[in-house]
Design a protein around this ligand. Structure first.
Ligand code: ZN
Length: 355
């Protein structure tokens, strides 16, 4: 990014038999940051995720990318390229090649999530698991997720995914690292979940996500934009360090401990007050769900309010029923552990034997 150009001015000083050449001027020139934005998927063969309501990932990523590019180009000292600007199929190798040919300082791949069970929601950023590429991705990822949190979005974290062979799982991240380009995959939200769909239910909102991405990039590279009235030259943020052993491993284990305690139960009204504690040292606790029938059916996922703290919540059960309550706590990698089950009240022998 930075290149120091030294200019030499030849001075011949006649001093006896010596002629000396001395550099007398040094000029520092700053090359523009090169950002490559990759709208994920594309073409008839690679639509990406689809969801009820006409949401198609390849269209959302392109629209987000165009807004991101347009916003970033209002900043000084940055050159922006797209891997695709229309609906076309590109392999991850082609996407990396475009970034490499552009001499990219960073490759940002934009995506939208979905899952068969439709139960997840929130934003996440995937990075390389290796050294300085991990550090760059995780540092940027935190800036991007802070933008998403500002929109009220649940933050699923900055994560790594490794293949069984021990390399980065995502071919784009793996390929970019081979070309020495830091790369992240931004999963903005789950398009198949009603909570997250509120983020993308108008074209303006989809573009707004691209603007958020652009601001995160501007902060990361300390850019300024007189036309937008934004100056991040002195913006400070936490720089994540490269892992000591060179590799950061994903969290492959479910939460260590999940404990349910019934604090109060009112059989008349059916209100049951619950305290749930859960721990996951590696990736924290993101959500919980509860079951009133001993684990046969489950509630939707509820965000865990304060990381590291117990959850206090109440459920309402039919007053004359005989519930058996248990909970599940989910960590940052969607691994879950089920709690103990507890009945809020015990039916008497007469009640049990009555028809
Ligand atoms: Zn995708």
């Amino acid at each position: 990014m930075n290149r120091k150009i030294g200019f030499g001015l030849a001075l011949f000083v006649l001093c006896g038999v010596f002629a000396t050449w001395q550099p007398v001027v040094e000029v520092s020139a700053k090359e523009p940051v090169v950002v490559v934005i990759d709208p994920g998927h594309g073409g008839a063969a690679e639509p990406g995720a689809k969801a009820f309501g006409g949401y198609v990932e390849k269209d959302l990523t392109l629209q987000t990318a165009l807004a991101m590019k347009q916003t970033l180009e209002k900043f000084e000292g940055v050159t922006v390229y797209l891997t695709r600007s229309q609906d076309e199929v590109l392999s991850s190798e082609q996407r990396v090649a475009i970034a490499d040919d552009s001499r990219a300082d960073f490759l940002f791949s934009l995506h939208y999530n979905a899952i068969e069970t439709h139960h997840l929601y929130g934003s996440e950023v995937w990075t390389s698991a290796f050294g300085e590429y991990y550090a760059a991705g995780q540092t940027f990822g935190r800036l991007q997720l802070a933008e998403m949190a500002g929109k009220g979005q649940l933050i699923r974290g900055t994560k790594v995914h490794m293949s069984e062979q021990g390399s980065d799982y995502y071919s784009l991240i793996r390929g970019a690292r081979n070309e020495r380009i830091p790369c992240v995959i931004i999963e903005h939200c789950f398009i198949d979940n009603a909570i997250d769909r509120q983020l993308i239910d108008s074209p303006q909102k989809v573009s707004a996500l691209g603007i958020s991405d652009a601001l995160a990039v501007a902060k990361y590279f300390h850019l300024k934009s007189p036309s937008l009235g934004l100056d991040y030259s002195d913006y400070t943020y936490v720089e994540v360090e490269a892992p000591e052993e060179g590799i950061f491993f994903p969290d492959c284990t479910p939460p260590e401990k999940v404990q349910l305690q019934i604090v109060n139960a009112d059989r008349q009204t059916g209100q049951v007050d619950i305290r749930l504690s859960a721990e996951d040292a590696e990736s924290g606790i993101l959500y919980y769900s509860y079951s009133l029938d001993g684990g046969r059916s489950w509630s939707a996922l509820v965000p865990w309010s304060v990381p590291g703290k117990e959850m206090d919540f109440s459920v309402c059960v039919p007053a004359d029923s005989w519930p058996l309550i248990c909970c599940r706590a989910y960590n940052g990698y969607d691994g879950w552990t089920q709690s103990n089950a507890q009945a809020p009240w015990i039916l008497s022998v007469e009640e049990r034997s009555s028809p």
